[in-house]
Design a binder for this molecule. Structure first.
Ligand code: FMN
Length: 302
């Protein structure tokens, strides 16, 4: 077995494959299917200060090579996560990335402060790119000044590594990324979903109650690979690639483009073992080529 460890700043991951936020619950739901501690890490469902019920149904629909979702960040809230989920993740030895979401900078800071007092959280991922909520989602992620403000406020509230999740809908993605880097982000994750819409032609109405939803899955992948490529060329901090990864080949594309690790999202809905299968596939690729996982990173950049 060749070395599968990769580093995201000061954090060392067992291998380069994590699960993406919102597509793997709080990890524990998948413990009957795979050894979740053997993954590079799990990103939790987006945690808010208070529990949230999210949007009314319909919240999900299938699209060609993907899906639309408008869950609206339903979650148990940060306190219930720390009380009911984190102890089990910690004792199982899972690498936990806490994805957090808020509609104000004060709330972002309050959540980060709570997580900072826990053991067993390995990094915070700031979701400043959710397209499915009315306040505080994508607005932070579209504007470099707002992205910088929220990043530096959370930076001052926590000792934990700070990852910031990029919105593909940012007008100037590189400007937002650089603003986050200079405000103390340790890594960028890219990308979140892109807004789309499906009309139900029988009912003559939009399929989702929220009307629009975030497009994810393989349809997103070429856009995500291009954005990861651009980000890796523009910032000095590591980039974690996300978007339509369903196979080992797909994950390799992101690593070759320069991503230091990848996250598997929608694919876990179809195959709960997807992330484990892809991690094993990368290890096999490395063994066949006598290289480490680190050696793959950025190889397509010449
Ligand atoms: C049902 C669903 C819920 C999601 N919830 C979150 C979330 O809470 N926080 C977040 O940052 N991203 C969330 N995402 C975005 C994913 O983490 C990921 O960035 C996106 O789906 C693209 O990756 P994929 O094509 O592999 O799914 C969600 C995606 C889906 C499909």
């Amino acid at each position: 077995m060749t070395d599968q460890q990769v580093s995201i700043g000061t954090l060392t991951l067992k291998n380069p494959v994590l699960t993406a936020s919102g597509c793997f619950g709080y990890g524990l739901e998948f413990a009957d299917f795979i050894d979740i501690a053997a993954l590079g890490g799990i990103c939790t469902k987006g945690l808010s200060l208070e529990p949230r019920a999210g949007n009314p149904p319909e919240r999900i629909c299938e699209t060609p090579a993907g899906m639309l979702n408008a869950i609206g960040l339903a979650n148990v809230g940060v306190d219930a996560f720390c009380r009911d989920k984190l102890p089990r993740l910690r004792s199982a030895g899972v690498t936990v990335i806490a994805n957090i979401f808020a509609s104000s900078i004060d709330d972002f800071v309050a959540i980060a402060d709570k997580l900072n007092q826990e053991t067993g959280v390995h990094a915070i991922e700031l979701n400043i790119s959710c397209p499915n909520v009315r306040h505080g989602g994508i607005e932070f992620g579209r504007d470099p000044a707002m992205a910088a403000q929220v990043t530096s406020a959370v930076r001052s509230a926590t000792r934990l590594p700070l990852w910031v999740k990029m919105s593909p809908e940012a007008g100037d993605l590189v400007a937002v990324a650089r603003a986050c880097e200079s405000s103390g982000a340790d890594a960028l994750t890219a990308i979140n979903t892109i807004r789309g819409m499906v009309i139900d032609v029988q009912n003559l109405r939009p399929k989702l109650a929220n009307r629009t939803g975030g497009l994810s899955g393989p349809a997103l992948r070429p856009i995500a690979v291009r954005m990861v490529w651009d980000l890796v060329g523009a910032v000095g901090i590591p980039v974690v690639g996300i978007g339509g990864i369903a196979t080992t080949r797909d994950a390799l594309e992101f690593l070759l483009a320069g991503a230091s690790a990848v996250q598997v999202g929608t694919a876990s809905f179809r195959d709960p073992t997807a992330a484990q299968r892809i991690a094993a596939g990368i290890a096999d690729f490395c063994r066949r080529h006598s290289i480490s996982a680190r050696d793959i990173i950025g190889r397509a950049r010449g």
